[in-house]
Design a protein around this ligand. Structure first.
Ligand code: GLN
Length: 206
């Protein structure tokens, strides 16, 4: 496996695959779509895109990727999930579908469609721990939030006090646990590459 220009997979069963691929390339990685076990075996890290977690869960089972992916994450492969990807990576999901499966890569409980009661989609600037260059623009689309995070989970960002979602203030929306990174929002949609650069760095360091 190369260290200088890591090969990063984007789980390409459903969701905004192209946007992540473009951001990863911009951030200095080589990118490969991942749909099969053989492709998963080749990559140094994996992005789980936004989309619909219940559909992705079902497709992971259909493509027989669920267990191999869980095993690679358990073995320390860096992974980054945005929105639906965060839901898949979580230990537990609230307001999910009963048959929806979890990868258990992050010791967090997420609530699916958590902002939905107030507002479906919104954009906000976030303070993101460790990112230089000022607040991070963040697009939330039927997003989850982290309802509970275990002791080993680093909290990187919370919802600021915004009028779009007043009851959501201070909810956790970005976390990291070792080589696993997750955001409730979509950094692939803003043109700001800092989160992808952070992840590419994590893959290089792994
Ligand atoms: N609500 C979606 C889900 O449950 C996530 C939305 C998104 O990824 N933009 O998976």
């Amino acid at each position: 496996m190369t260290t200088k220009q890591p090969l990063i997979g984007v789980l390409a069963l459903q969701g905004d695959v192209r946007e992540h691929a473009a951001m990863l390339e911009g951030a200095g990685a080589r990118v490969r779509p991942v749909r099969r076990v053989a492709e998963l075996a080749e990559v140094d890290g994996l992005v789980l895109p936004g989309g619909e977690s219940t559909t992705m869960s079902r497709l992971l089972e259909t493509f027989e990727l669920l267990d191999p992916l869980r095993e690679r994450i358990e073995a320390g492969m860096p992974a980054f999930g945005s929105c639906a990807g965060m839901i898949l990576l979580a230990r537990q999901v609230l307001d999910g579908r009963p048959d929806q499966r979890q990868l258990d890569g992050l010791d967090v409980v997420v609530r699916r469609n958590a902002f939905g009661r107030q507002v479906d989609s919104f954009e906000e600037e976030l303070d993101f721990a460790g990112l230089e260059g000022g607040p991070l623009p963040a697009v939330f689309i039927r997003a989850p939030w982290v309802e509970k995070a275990g002791d080993g989970v680093e909290i990187l960002a919370r919802v600021p006090d915004v009028t779009a979602a007043p009851d959501a203030a201070a909810r956790i929306v970005a976390v990291r646990q070792g080589p696993v990174l997750a955001t409730a929002f979509h950094p692939e949609l803003t043109g700001d590459e800092r989160v992808h650069r952070l992840f590419v760095g994590m893959v290089r360091d792994a």
